[in-house]
Design a protein around this ligand. Structure first.
Ligand SMILES: Nc1nc(=O)c2c([nH]1)NC[C@@H]1CN(c3ccc(C(=O)N[C@@H](CCC(=O)O)C(=O)O)cc3)C=[N+]21
Length: 291
């Protein structure tokens, strides 16, 4: 069993990005600038957004955090987005999800200028990705591709079972891995909450991407020997014995699955840190693309 070390790989990536930023600055060009909009005070969302700001500092980007109260109207949020769209100093920005229930997520994502959409969630970028055209790839799937590539996990011709069909992970993951590209050329099955006989499918999988958001759902009996396991889940589970009062659980029951797997991502320290590194990568690309 080989751990796919997202923490180490993301640190490597951020060093590479920091080098590129130094180069940009030495040529007197503009420093990359990422902005993030956070609506409300959800604990996990605040953790992730703060991690993004910290990563910006590390690689030498400028960053702006726009913190809005939970009760912010959809109209006000759309106005904030319009300001970022028009601000020439901002290369890319994200609107942290999930949004409060009174705000229409689709409407918000469609308001982001696709050229600044470093999350890759705008329909234009989703369409471009699907058609193999240059686009911003959504950070989590992009990070998984990067991990598979750097660890030389064979994907060509392999059967990948993606569990979960979300717009931010499962669906794009399934599209990307079926494409002709590094970490692609796979045969992909998308499973979800209505799938019959899921275990029958996962037992056939060479690679399983667990992205359904149910802690420790995938257990050792559902996995064939030598499979590669990508755990996208990250849920805070109450645990009084922990300092913070919770522990982080993936969608994979690590202790039963790891002994059977060829490669496996841990939680924490797997896909999560890669997501942040790829957001930095997309912001660098956005800045370079503007020239
Ligand atoms: N517009 C938008 N873009 C996103 O990319 C986005 C989002 N909304 N909403 C929520 C999800 C989730 N996400 C994570 C990022 C980093 C970690 C991460 O670094 N996790 C650490 C642990 C962090 C902790 O201590 O909680 C790890 O896995 O090692 C996890 C999850 C980005 N997301």
């Amino acid at each position: 069993m080989i751990l796919l070390d997202g923490k180490k790989t993301s640190a490597d990536l951020k060093l590479e990005i920091a080098e590129a930023v130094k180069e940009i600055k030495s040529k007197g060009k503009k420093t990359p600038h990422l902005a993030a909009i956070l609506v409300g005070t959800d604990g996990a969302s605040m953790t992730y957004v703060n991690a993004k700001v910290k990563a910006c500092e590390l690689v030498g980007f400028n960053s702006t955090l726009i913190d809005l109260p939970e009760e912010t109207s959809e109209e006000t949020l759309l106005q904030e987005i319009e300001q970022l769209n028009n601000n020439i100093d901002i290369d890319g920005f994200i609107v942290q999800l999930p949004l409060p229930k009174h705000i229409d997520e689709q409407k918000v994502l469609m308001a982001v200028n696709p050229d600044k959409d470093v999350d890759g969630f705008h329909p234009t970028n989703v369409g471009r990705m699907t058609l193999d055209l240059p686009s911003f790839l959504p950070a989590t799937p992009f990070g998984i591709l990067e991990l598979l590539e750097r660890y030389k996990v064979q994907t060509s011709g392999q059967h990948v079972v993606v569990i979960g069909r979300s717009h931010i992970v499962g669906r794009p993951m399934s599209i990307l891995m079926s494409q002709k590209r590094p970490a692609g050329d796979a045969t992909v099955t998308v499973a979800h909450s209505r799938t019959k006989n899921l275990k029958e499918l996962t037992l056939q999988a060479d690679i399983i991407v667990a992205a359904l958001g149910i802690p420790e759902f995938l257990t050792g009996d559902m996995v064939k020997d030598g499979a590669t396991i990508i755990d996208v889940g990250i849920t805070r589970v109450d645990d009084a014995s922990k300092k913070r009062g919770y522990r982080l659980a993936g969608d994979v029951h690590f202790d039963s699955v790891a002994p059977k797997s060829a490669f496996i991502t841990p939680v924490p320290g797997g896909v999560g840190p890669m997501t942040i590194a790829m957001l930095m990568k997309n912001t660098l690309l956005a800045c370079e693309r503007k020239g």
